[in-house]
Design a protein around this ligand. Structure first.
Ligand SMILES: [Zn+2]
Length: 219
């Protein structure tokens, strides 16, 4: 698998210190299963983080253990997955970090149609205002409404490909976008594109059609 789009340094650092949501952590882990380049950078981020931790270890704690525990429980509550992870599952074309959240093979899943040519599987039960953790199934030729984000959005391509203002994304690639980037993905082959998405806030649609569709589509 040749990978051409990678994780940013910032995301790898957040992954290294464990500050990402379960959803984003899953996408990062999926990309790391196919990308030696990012695996090497993740190892480096771990080493730098470890050295920084050693330096600051002796400093007095700013928070009590109770406060830290409370924070940890709040963090683990965000993007709480809908399904209990099943570590031993493996499915065709599905990286293992994602397989643990799926009940069946990709073509046997209970896809929900949300717009012409667009189906989805919601992997999180939280309200869309809190962001998304979902699998999208996009038919050939589908054009998503132009949109941007308030915050980081990760997209991991599981199967097929799409193209947008940033480039062409194929299976194994990850789009690691911050809130500034506006884009309009288009499925650019005869094969459906299956993409895993994680965000912390709802998308901002640029056009009226997208704004009208947003409550229904929820992406
Ligand atoms: Zn990479």
């Amino acid at each position: 698998m040749s990978v051409s789009h990678h994780l940013t340094d910032e995301t790898l650092q957040d992954y290294s210190v464990g500050s990402l949501s379960v959803a984003m952590e899953t996408l990062v882990a999926c990309h790391l299963t196919v990308c030696q380049h990012c695996r090497d950078r993740a190892t480096l981020a771990d080493q730098i983080g470890g050295e920084m931790f050693d330096q600051f270890e002796a400093a007095p704690m700013a928070q009590t253990p109770e406060q830290l525990l409370k924070q940890a429980s709040l963090l683990s509550g965000s993007h709480a997955p809908k399904v209990t992870p099943q570590p031993k599952r493996s499915f065709k074309d599905v990286p293992r970090p994602l397989a643990q959240f799926l009940p069946a093979e990709l073509d046997e899943l209970d896809w929900r149609r949300i717009a012409p040519g667009i189906k989805q599987i919601n992997l999180s039960e939280q309200h869309r205002r809190m962001g998304a953790f979902k699998l999208l199934h996009l038919a050939p030729g589908v054009v998503l409404s132009a949109h941007s984000h308030n915050d980081r959005e990760l997209t991991y391509v599981v199967k097929g490909s799409y193209q947008d203002e940033i480039g062409r994304f194929k299976a194994g690639d990850i789009a690691d976008l911050d809130g500034e980037v506006a884009h309009q993905p288009v499925v650019d082959t005869d094969e459906p594109c299956i993409a895993l998405i994680a965000s912390h806030s709802p998308v901002k649609y640029n056009g009226l059609f997208g704004k009208i569709m947003q409550p229904f589509v929820g992406i």
